[in-house]
Design a protein around this ligand. Structure first.
Ligand code: SAM
Length: 211
């Protein structure tokens, strides 16, 4: 199956629902920012959140906050909250503007800084759901154990871009990136604390439950 074709098909069915990706980008004043999830991933996050109703959510990698808004739209309905981490200050500022425009700013706390420093420093706070989408893919395996540590039992770990290793556009030129994602995928698959799978939407979406 061609993933991009599948994504186009899914979007042709559901394109008018949820947060419109193109409109979101057009309303953003920044020109350069980390790539945001596809609409099918945005919808998958929303469905997973309607299903599991996480109260306390951690997102790693905000960019302009498209996925954050997708999740916040659901979480806001039952009084949950999202903490999202972004190390680029300009991008984080723009994300906050977007959250205000979309009416979800009250639901979201933005932490500006390096996820590699911030997450190991989390002591007592625990999360019902974590969305891993940090731009520096080397952090996927490096932060894995800390993510599981701060995830509640029964909590949901979702990670984007996990089918990079089988995508033609990455196969040859991005060895380090592929290696990191492969390592992360193997850690998730082998971990007895998790039940998980990878959905072939977006660039591959890992969905894991901590037992
Ligand atoms: C793929 S984008 C996030 C997209 C966002 N989740 C969405 O779909 O709307 C990844 C982001 O991670 C940020 N980033 C990269 N390394 C980071 C780090 N060490 N700590 C925090 N953020 C980082 C990048 O600046 C970029 O904005």
């Amino acid at each position: 199956m061609n993933l991009e074709e599948a994504s186009r098909y899914i979007n042709s069915l559901y394109g008018k629902r949820g947060v419109n990706r193109e409109e979101y980008i057009e309303s953003t004043e920044l020109e350069k920012f980390g790539s945001i999830v596809d609409e099918d991933v945005s919808r998958a996050l929303q469905v997973l959140f309607y299903l599991t109703r996480p109260q306390n959510v951690l997102e790693i990698g905000t960019s302009i906050g498209y996925s954050t808004v997708s999740m916040a739209t659901v979480v806001k309905g039952y009084g949950g909250k999202i903490t999202t981490i972004e190390y680029d200050e300009n991008v984080a500022e723009q994300a906050i503007k977007n959250f205000k425009r979309e009416g979800v700013a009250e639901t979201i706390e933005v932490k500006t800084g390096d996820a590699q420093k911030i997450i190991p420093q989390i002591e007592s706070e625990r999360f019902d759901s974590i969305f891993q989408d940090v731009g520096d893919k080397r952090l996927y395996p490096l932060l894995f154990d800390d993510c599981i540590r701060v995830l509640k039992p029964g909590g949901l770990l979702v990670a984007e871009d996990t089918l990079f290793p089988v995508m033609n556009r990455f196969k040859k030129s991005h060895e380090e990136l592929i290696e990191s994602i492969n390592k992360f995928n193997q850690m998730v698959a082998d971990d007895p604390r998790l039940e998980s799978t990878i959905l072939s939407i977006g660039d591959g979406l890992t969905v894991a439950i901590k037992k």
